[in-house]
Structure formats: structure tokens, C-alpha cells
Design a protein around this ligand. Structure first.
Ligand SMILES: Nc1ncnc2c1ncn2[C@@H]1O[C@H](COP(=O)(O)OP(=O)(O)OP(=O)(O)O)[C@@H](O)[C@H]1O
Ligand code: SF4
Ligand SMILES: [Mg+2]
Length: 313
């Protein structure tokens, strides 16, 4: 199994009225071919910004440094035209909010057909026939009728499945899904799990980056878990190992905050990304912190199964 995506020393900063927000601060991360990687962490830790930076869809007031190698090609060095060819074809994005991500004045079928017309050179008629098959595959029925409907005629779950149909229609190599279970009630989560399994069953070579707060969901789908804290990845490990023997004190705290494990809140608050704590960024909240943690950032290289914590030096 080769590496599909390799992020090296990635920094993303927002410059706002003289203030710098370090949303992603020195991330190294690999996604293998055919792998599902879940990116987890508290709100505001930089998960979505990391996902969006892979697609180069960041707002203009950002500074980006580092490398994002996709099949060895550095996405950050491509022209906008070259990037457009990759976005929507080789890398698909399923956004956080299905309600606002479809165009309300265009028929859903036409929107799903567009990437196939643009990237695969299909004509409209042929693409719409494919869309009907896709709608059927993703349980949006009756497909012949739904293809001509608008997004307001779809339920929330159908809109999400339509976005997934759009993202997967060109058989991408990587799909990045941002919070696919957000706002989905517990009884319907099983359908989202089925949806992602179905995507894999269609395309066994596909890699997936699933950005989520939902640890039980990550456990069911992911091969590996990457934990993000204050703009940095602090632990990367295989899913079973993460849930059975997490190493980083923040990973342990995240798991202890789950209802099934006692609902113990993580003490303190997520730190500022403008002036992050010196040393280990988790030290003000960490019950294991010792002298070194206060001044020296753990500088352990993260790749494969690793943890950014002085306890393991
Ligand atoms: N357009 C922006 N301008 C300035 N700062 C931003 C902007 N978008 C995000 N940020 C900041 O970047 C940091 C990372 O945000 P991001 O949306 O990636 O977090 P997240 O981990 O996805 O959170 P959530 O789980 O709530 O979706 C946050 O501190 C946020 O305030
Ligand atoms: S480096 Fe120190 S403060 Fe940071 S997580 Fe490890 S023990 Fe805690
Ligand atoms: Mg987010």
C-alpha cells in the first residue's frame, strides 16, 4: 500500500488586522492508498482548515507554507487551472453543511452531472443517465423523478447523499468529508455509516479523510485516527490501538469525555491560536505535565504510529 497524500510542514495562517491566527501549525500527515483516516479533535482545532487547504479553497487572507504531495505532485505549487482539474475529479470534497451546499435554483441532477461533464467529457444526456443510476445506488428514489427535482424537495439525508453522489461520480482517488454526521440524529447515523461503506464498496482503491467530532463514528469507519489539537497533530495511530490504549494525554481526555466512558469533561479551555501556550500546547490542561512541557514543544516527528508528547521521548 503506497502513500497517496503526504502533508509536510504545513502552516496555514489568517492575517486579520495585524493579528495572526495559526490555524494549522506545522502539520505532517500521510494518507495511504485505500485507507480511511479520521481526523478528530475539539472544535476550532484546525480540522476543516486542514481539509480545505488540501483542496486549496482557503480564503484570500491566508498564508500557506509547506508541501501537500498528492501522488508525488505538490498541490501548493500547481496553477489554479491545474488545481481545478484535480479538484472534483481526483479529490472530492463533501462539505460540512448539505443544506447550503447545493444550488437552490438548479435541479439536483444537473448539479451532480456537472463534474462528469467537466472532468470526464460526457455530454449532458449521457451524464444525466449516469446520475439516475447514482441516485438509485444512493437510495434517492424514485431516481427518474428525483433527478429533475430541486434541493428543497429533498430531505436532509437525501441532500447529503446527493453531495456524496456528486463527489464520487468521477471516481476520485481521495474523498474528504467534513463532519458527515453533524446534525444527524442517532437513529439515522447508521445510514451515514452505510453510505461511506457503500462508497468504498464501489471503489475499493479510494482513500477517505473523514473529519469528525464523532469518535464512535470514526471507530466504525477508520483504519487510523489522527488527533488534532491547537493546529497540530498530536497523535496518529491505528483505530483499535487508539480506542484501547491511547498514548497522548489529550487523546485519553477526549475518550474519557465520551458518554460511554463516564462523560468526564476535558478540564480548561482550548488555547488561543493567536498566542498558543509555550512548550507543549496541551500543558495548561494536562494532568501529567512536568518541567520540560512548560517551555519545550515536543518535537517528535509524526508519521505512521506516533505521539507528540515528552512522556514518550
Ligand atoms: N475565515 C477565517 N478567518 C479567521 N480565522 C479563521 C477563519 N476560519 C477559521 N478560522 C480559525 O481557524 C481555526 C481553525 O478553524 P477550523 O474551522 O479548522 O476548526 P475545526 O477544528 O474544523 O472546528 P469545528 O470542529 O468547530 O468545525 C479556528 O481558531 C478558527 O477560529
Ligand atoms: S508533553 Fe507534557 S504537557 Fe504535553 S501532553 Fe505530554 S505530558 Fe502533557
Ligand atoms: Mg470544522
Amino acid at each position: 500500500m503506497g502513500i497517496l497524500l503526504e502533508i509536510k510542514g504545513l502552516h496555514v495562517r489568517f492575517i486579520l488586522d495585524g493579528v495572526t491566527v495559526r490555524a494549522v501549525d506545522g502539520v505532517n500527515l500521510e494518507i495511504n492508498e485505500n485507507e480511511t483516516l479520521a481526523l478528530v479533535g475539539e472544535s476550532g482545532s484546525g480540522k476543516s482548515i486542514l481539509g480545505i487547504s488540501i483542496l486549496r479553497l482557503l480564503p484570500s487572507n491566508t498564508e500557506v507554507r509547506g508541501k501537500i504531495l498528492f501522488n508525488g505532485l505538490d498541490l501548493l505549487r500547481l496553477s489554479e487551472d491545474e488545481m481545478r482539474k484535480i479538484r472534483g475529479k481526483d479529490i472530492a470534497w463533501v462539505p460540512q453543511n448539505p443544506a447550503t451546499s447545493l444550488n437552490p435554483v438548479l435541479k439536483v441532477g444537473i448539479q451532480i452531472a456537472e463534474p462528469m461533464e467537466m472532468h470526464l467529457g460526457m455530454d449532458r444526456k449521457h451524464a444525466l443517465q449516469k446520475v439516475v443510476n447514482l441516485l438509485r445506488f444512493f437510495d434517492i428514489n424514485p431516481a427518474e423523478k428525483r433527478v429533475n427535482e430541486y434541493s428543497h424537495q429533498y430531505s436532509g439525508g437525501m441532500r447529503q447523499r446527493a453531495l456524496v453522489a456528486m463527489g464520487t461520480s468521477t471516481k476520485p482517488k481521495l474523498i474528504i468529508a467534513d463532519e458527515p454526521t453533524k446534525g444527524v440524529d442517532a437513529s439515522k447515523k447508521v445510514r451515514v455509516v452505510e453510505l461511506f461503506r457503500k462508497i468504498k464498496s464501489e471503489n475499493s482503491k479510494l482513500s477517505q479523510l473523514i473529519i469528525t467530532h464523532d469518535l464512535p463514528f470514526a471507530r466504525i469507519l477508520a483504519d487510523r485516527i489522527a488527533v488534532m489539537y491547537c493546529g497540530q497533530i498530536v497523535e496518529v495511530c491505528e483505530t483499535d490501538k487508539f480506542f484501547n490504549e491511547p498514548l497522548h494525554p489529550y487523546s485519553k481526555a477526549l475518550l474519557d469525555s465520551l458518554p460511554s466512558r463516564g462523560l468526564k469533561p476535558i478540564k480548561g479551555h482550548p488555547p488561543s491560536m493567536v498566542n498558543p501556550p509555550k512548550g507543549c500546547r496541551f500543558h495548561p490542561r494536562c494532568e501529567y505535565s512536568f518541567g520540560r512541557c512548560l517551555n519545550e514543544p515536543p518535537s517528535i516527528e509524526l508519521s505512521g504510529n506516533t505521539v507528540r508528547c515528552w512522556l514518550y521521548d
